[in-house]
Design a protein around this ligand. Structure first.
Ligand SMILES: NC(=O)C1=CN([C@@H]2O[C@H](COP(=O)(O)OP(=O)(O)OC[C@H]3O[C@@H](n4cnc5c(N)ncnc54)[C@H](OP(=O)(O)O)[C@@H]3O)[C@@H](O)[C@H]2O)C=CC1
Ligand SMILES: O=C(O)C1=N[C@H](C(=O)O)C[C@H](O)C1
Length: 255
């Protein structure tokens, strides 16, 4: 069976792990990686990650010309770079290459650009691409409907250097119609990859829905799930929580 060819944006703390998850999965071929600078320029991501084979030719964003995506065909683009990365694959969208964006903090302009791409190709955007967080997101909205009077607070924990408030927590707050500035509480310690807890407080009981990304490989597994889904979809914008909500609908136990 033909391998699914991947073009990856970003080779940082998370991008390297994402690259590794695609490299170790026989269904995929990591064709190239694009990063901001020239570190490891034209080396192979596979070699840098300890593999004996050559895959994932590393480019800089400055290498992207109008013919880049024509000359280096992929079946999907996966973006773990930065918000600015979204402007670099316009011609890929025009070529109808599906796009999975995992950027957690977009401004309005970048989000608008991503929505523009969804008029030409299939785009999946997820500020937290783990299956677990998206199950939590759907479950929390169901629970809020079941217990509409519960007090709700969101706690997010990340590694000490993370500057911005968790995009995941903001998305959870938005889904629950909560003011993120008041209801999201951030903890920055050590090397925590990403933990999120939604606390539902009621007079006689507390319900806590929580998710812990133990390893950044969880994001790679989510990206793999997202690519396998998106490459078979028609043009449009997709989100992980919609896919998970459909799975809830199809699997809810009937007593
Ligand atoms: N959706 C999800 O589940 C998750 C999302 N994320 C998000 O992924 C993104 C990356 O996170 P992380 O790896 O920790 O960040 P890092 O800062 O460690 O890495 C960023 C990478 O992107 C590259 N880069 C930055 N700007 C551009 C650009 N304009 N074009 C191409 N490459 C670029 C950098 O290149 P260089 O190496 O040359 O500097 C670097 O390789 C963040 O938005 C983060 O929030 C992270 C984890 C999970
Ligand atoms: O920066 C990260 O690492 C992460 N960012 C995302 C966020 O801000 O929600 C997702 C994940 O928690 C890790």
């Amino acid at each position: 069976m033909e391998k699914i060819r991947i073009g990856l944006f970003g080779f940082g703390k998370t991008g390297k792990i994402i690259a590794n998850e695609f490299l170790r999965n026989d269904s995929f071929l990591l064709e190239w990686v694009v990063r901001k600078g020239y570190e490891s320029h034209h080396k192979y991501a596979s070699r840098l990650l300890g593999y004996e084979f050559e895959a994932g030719d590393i480019y800089s964003m400055t290498d992207i010309t109008d013919t880049f995506f024509l000359e280096r065909k992929v079946d999907a683009i996966v973006d773990f770079s930065s918000a600015a990365g979204v402007y670099e694959y316009r011609t890929a969208a025009e070529l109808k290459i599906p796009i999975v964006s995992a950027i957690s903090k977009y401004g309005e302009a970048e989000l608008k650009q991503l929505r523009e791409y969804a008029k030409s190709t299939a785009v999946l955007y997820s500020p937290n691409i783990t299956l677990g967080i998206n199950v939590l997101l759907v479950a929390a909205q169901v629970l809020q409907k079941i217990a509409p009077h519960a007090d709700i607070e969101i706690v997010e924990e990340h590694f000490g250097e993370k500057k911005e408030v968790s995009g995941t927590a903001k998305k959870i707050a938005e889904a629950l119609n909560l003011d993120a500035a008041r209801h999201v509480h951030s903890i920055r310690v050590g090397g925590i990859v990403g933990n999120h807890q939604i606390v539902f407080g009621m007079p006689n009981q507390t319900i806590r829905l929580s998710h812990e990304s133990v390893s950044r490989a969880a994001f790679g597994q989510g990206a793999i799930f997202a690519v396998k889904h998106i490459i078979n979809q028609p043009i449009g914008m997709y989100h992980m929580e919609n896919i998970i909500a459909d799975m809830f609908r199809n699997h809810i136990p009937v007593y």
